[in-house]
Design a binder for this molecule. Structure first.
Ligand SMILES: NC(=O)c1ccc[n+]([C@@H]2O[C@H](COP(=O)([O-])OP(=O)(O)OC[C@H]3O[C@@H](n4cnc5c(N)ncnc54)[C@H](OP(=O)(O)O)[C@@H]3O)[C@@H](O)[C@H]2O)c1
Length: 309
């Protein structure tokens, strides 16, 4: 990508989009095309097309999406499938019609079957039933991958897709009703410390295994793939390291400095029992994560204290 190439970062205010903007700026890319959802609703086909016709971006990072934790996916399944299908359809079709040189779609490892062999290889896609709690969202993301592959096959486009594992970092969503597990725990432990509460309740049994990668690593991996990957198959982005929700809670308690008890509420859903991505494909391409979990948690808590408290 030339340093003056016009680059559209769809979803630039989000967790991933804002990290992409930081990384692009750090590397000297100054010609960014950015629109907030209130300026441009990407579910609107005509408005999306009009942006591409007017601005003619060369590269597109598709990080705009309706995203949320187990509770949000459970409560708003129709929004999660409709919004994500519409956003992907409109951006990918407009990119094709307006000669975009290359596009990167960001999906998620929740696209893989609930009981896929671990660690999860990209080849596990569409080999078994999905996790019910986020199936509508996962189906939309799978459709996005198939859109990219189909446009590549029919029109010779260069549309690639990357599947990050669970993310965390600056600009994450810390709203307890719609956030993912990591920011939710960080807020709960912080508020318990401040209020002097004797304990923090964690959803589920604490036994599920999860993998996390810092969003700045995901931004670097995304630029790495945009520069070097031409394959049609999705590429996992992860650390390849996992821990239980209990171990995660204990690490966040340590980072926040809370000294009280951790209580597990097993009446709440655990979600899929284990979700570790196989990152050998991106390792073979020459990329590895750089931010270890404890360092990432400390950075994120510092950001939380500086921005949300
Ligand atoms: N968070 C995770 O743990 C995680 C894990 C794996 C993969 N991912 C993937 O990473 C991508 C980005 O997720 P994220 O965590 O960065 O999400 P996020 O923080 O919720 O950001 C989503 C962004 O999408 C924009 N957006 C949503 N609906 C829109 C619409 N109708 N029109 C225009 N813009 C719209 C929002 O714009 P405004 O801010 O202007 O409203 C926001 O900037 C998603 O594809 C997701 O699948 C996320």
């Amino acid at each position: 990508m030339d340093k003056d190439a016009k680059i559209y970062v769809a979803g630039h205010r989000g967790l991933v989009g804002s990290a992409l903007v930081r990384e692009l700026a750090r590397l000297g890319y100054g010609n960014l095309l950015l629109r907030e959802s209130r300026e441009l609703d990407l579910r609107n086909q005509a408005d999306t097309l009009a942006l591409f016709q007017a601005e003619r971006p060369e590269y597109v990072f598709l990080a705009a999406a309706k995203v949320g934790g187990i509770a949000a996916n459970n409560s708003f399944p129709a929004d999660f499938i409709y919004d994500n299908l519409m956003i992907q359809n409109n951006v990918i079709h407009s990119a094709y019609l307006n000669g975009v040189a290359k596009l990167l779609l960001l999906g998620s490892t929740c696209i893989y079957p609930r009981l896929a062999p671990q660690p999860i290889r990209e080849e596990a896609l569409l080999t078994g039933p999905l996790e019910p709690t986020n199936e509508p969202y996962a189906i939309a993301k799978i459709a996005g991958i198939k859109l990219c592959q189909s446009y590549n096959r029919q029109y010779g486009t260069r549309f690639i897709s990357a599947m990050p594992t669970n993310l965390y970092g600056p600009n994450d969503n810390f709203d307890l009703d719609s956030s993912h597990v990591l920011p939710a725990l960080m807020r709960k432990f912080h508020e318990a410390k401040v209020s002097g509460s004797p304990s923090v309740t964690v959803w589920g049994s604490g036994t599920p295994y999860r993998e996390f990668v810092h969003v700045d690593d995901v931004a670097r991996a995304s630029l790495f793939l945009m520069e070097r990957y031409e394959g049609w198959e999705p590429v996992n982005i992860g650390s390849g390291q996992e821990l239980t929700i209990r171990e995660l809670a204990e690490k966040i308690r340590e980072v926040v400095g809370f000294t009280g008890e951790i209580v597990f509420d097993s009446s709440k859903p655990d979600g899929t029992p284990r979700k570790l991505s196989d990152v050998s494909r991106i390792h073979q391409l020459g990329w590895r994560h750089g931010i270890e979990l404890m360092q990432g948690l400390r950075d994120t808590y510092a950001w939380y204290l500086a921005n949300l408290c």
